[in-house]
Design a protein around this ligand. Structure first.
Ligand code: COA
Length: 254
């Protein structure tokens, strides 16, 4: 069974991340499936809204660490970059329902969503520095813009999770709900949007994002080049090995 489940109903395409045995960590195949679904949905007249959701216990553990080690993304056409371009340029309303841990891209993808609903168990984290990496998905631009510089620096330098109340206060989620109600609430809001005229939704979203659209792509591309290089450097290799060996990384010589 695929780890990305697609369900179309009432003009809402729901994409469910479903790889619970690995805490919904993303593989290249999953990015490719999401990129394809978004690309198809952008032009499909039967789709007005897309909702991305996880499980009430976990949204996503971010990129699969074994994949980072053995199949690091190479070049701008790598599935992860196609996915990031897909969410950052998706023309129709894009919603997310997030509960439990959302690590790395599990958090940075939310900055591209129009509405984000969160479980009260949510833990949003961007531990790139702890992994010897740097921000991706234009998070170095969007995190300070959405949360303010100091909160963004705290999240991106220390890599500590932002819990539900702080996420709501920082304005990076719209509403906090009990974890088992998040997906259903997001679905209700998605269907509300699907009842509205598509052209108005699309033009409104385009205008909301217009001032930063080019900059987002430029920053994402710059981050992607640095991230790709850092994935192959000693700090990241040590961090990935430590994760897989279930020990603390030793950066003392790095
Ligand atoms: N890549 C590959 N495997 C992962 C993974 C990832 N990103 N995240 C979790 N897993 C695996 C674990 O190794 C573990 O495997 P095992 O059963 O063979 O031991 C299994 O999924 C369950 O994870 P576990 O850590 O035991 O679950 P938890 O509930 O205690 O913690 C997380 C959940 C998400 C907080 C934790 O798994 C985590 O921090 N993951 C790594 C996140 C990360 O650094 N991602 C990269 C971001 S750029």
């Amino acid at each position: 069974m695929s780890s990305i489940l697609n369900h179309l109903e009432d003009q809402v395409l729901t994409l469910t991340i479903h790889r619970l045995e690995r805490k919904n960590a993303f593989t290249g195949e999953m990015y490719a499936a999401l990129a394809q679904a978004l690309s198809d949905a952008a032009t499909d007249p039967l789709v007005k809204v897309v909702l991305i959701q996880g499980d009430p216990t976990v949204f996503s553990a971010g990129n699969d660490i074994e994949d980072f080690l053995h199949q690091p993304p190479a070049g701008e056409e790598a599935p992860v970059f196609r996915f990031l371009r897909g969410i950052s340029t998706f023309p129709k309303p894009l919603l997310a329902a997030v509960a439990g841990p959302a690590v790395g891209v599990g958090t940075t993808m939310l900055f591209h969503c129009d509405l984000v609903f969160a479980g009260d168990n949510v833990a949003l984290s961007m531990p790139f520095v702890n992994l010897g990496l740097c921000p991706e998905a234009a998070s170095s631009l969007l995190a300070p813009r959405l949360m303010g510089y100091h909160r963004a620096a705290e999240a991106l330098l220390l890599g500590e999770p932002i819990m539900a109340e702080a996420a709501l206060e920082a304005g990076i989620v719209n509403r906090v709900l009990p974890p088992t109600e998040v997906n259903a609430y997001a679905q209700t809001q998605a269907r509300k949007l699907a009842g509205k005229p598509l052209n108005s939704l699309v033009e409104t979203k385009r205008l909301l994002k217009a001032s930063s659209a080019a900059q987002v792509q430029a920053v994402m591309s710059e981050e992607g080049a640095i991230f790709g290089r850092m994935l192959r450097e000693p700090a990241a290799k040590e961090a990935f090995a430590a994760f897989l060996e279930k020990r603390r990384p030793d950066f003392s010589k790095l």
